[in-house]
Design a protein around this ligand. Sequence first.
Ligand code: NAD
Length: 454
Amino acid sequence: MIIINPATEKPIADIPEDDQASVEKKFQKLQAAQPAFGHMTLPERVGILQRFSELLDTHKTHLADVLSSEVGKPVQQSLNEIGGARARIGWLAGHATTYLSEETMSVTPGMEEKISYEPLGVVCNISAWNYPYLVGVNVFVPALLAGNTVMYKPSEYATLTGLEITRLLKEAGIPDDAFQIAIGGPAVGASLLELPFNGYFFTGSYKTGKQIYEKAAAKMVVCQCELGGKDPLYVAEDVVDAAAVAVGTADGAFYNNGQSCCAVERIYVHKDKYEEYVNAFVAEVQSWKIGSPTEEGVYIGPLSRPGQAAFLEMQVKDAIDKGARLLTGGKRMDRTGYYFEPTVLTGVNHDMEVMKEESFGPIIGIMKVNTEAEAVALMKDTPYGLTAAVYSADKHRAERILEQINAGTGYWNCCDRVSAAVPWSGRGHSGFGATLSHAGLRAFTKPKAYHLRG
Ligand code: NAD
């Protein structure tokens, strides 16, 4: 498999891919290693994952360079990602004892009732490229903490990072056979579905997630899917400083080139604040430095995948053909690398793809609304349900709106953020199941109830 740097379009590595026979061998190793790994004490496993986090810190400069070279994000954003991953490991390792230890639920004369949290066994993690450290850590860290052995399939666009993660986990003390990496693209992912894993944990697109869920269902094993989104944001008329809100929310839409599952993907602004908001938003977008990921101060680098520019151009064309106004951007840039201009469209509506289908790129539609009710109806008009955000001076009003929206996460006066303390979960086409928080630690376990008389 040839790895291409999206900023230079040059090959940077050539790595042998797995096939059905090699993943099968790796699976057998994982299966053989699981009982001993599961019997390691929880404090031992916690210690290993904490050491892994320290190694991420020690090697962060190199790791950030590797990540930027294969996905194209500015090096500072790669460093931020590694820092974010460490914060998540800190929370998960720090709370493992609380949520994974045996719990005595009731003791009455002659009867004790308790729960033990057993590992699922050998689990499969098929992962995405946009934040390989974050989406990886969400799965393999709690899986390992709970005593599972793990087959980790990084995205074909983040393979070098997957190899670094594997190396550092082993260096931290994960036994060789307890963590295996499967290298390759969709075909290798599909070959993992032919094996009898005890659980499938997928991060990626709705289209692939649906296929994986259908395959896993027949096996009667646990399956979780963290999928895409079309996350809405509403700016109400009572915001105090619409220009400041525009600056913050532009970052929520364009950070990592908009290639975030929880990026703001569509914006509704009350008519009273619309002009002020849009003017400040466009000024902010036009102020960003676009360039090579290694250049100081760059905010927008190249897209990670070569095909995405054509998809974004299709969304822009569809919107303009249906009456939208292009305020800035709108096309790929005339330079080497997969660069696309940060793009702002207004005069948009829900007949347009850009307001309906995940863009996963530096492009946003901003729509003027007359009432809160209109905003809520539009926010709800989607099969996705990852996050939703409301900017308003009134917390109760924001909570009242967020309650009505079928999404796993609600934000008031913030957006595009994840915390390890609360569940990360989608609804509808954004998936099901949860990572992070107590729910995300226990997702990798089978609770066993004990009724002990005597
Ligand atoms: P993708 O679905 O194209 O690929 C994801 C993974 O699945 C890759 O490792 C790929 O090789 C593998 N794969 C592809 N086809 C397969 C098949 N038929 N069988 C088994 N495996 C297969 O997604 P992507 O482009 O890597 O990621 C982008 C998507 O992920 C976006 O939709 C984004 O919103 C979503 N995402 C969601 C979250 C979340 O937490 N909800 C986080 C990050 C990304």
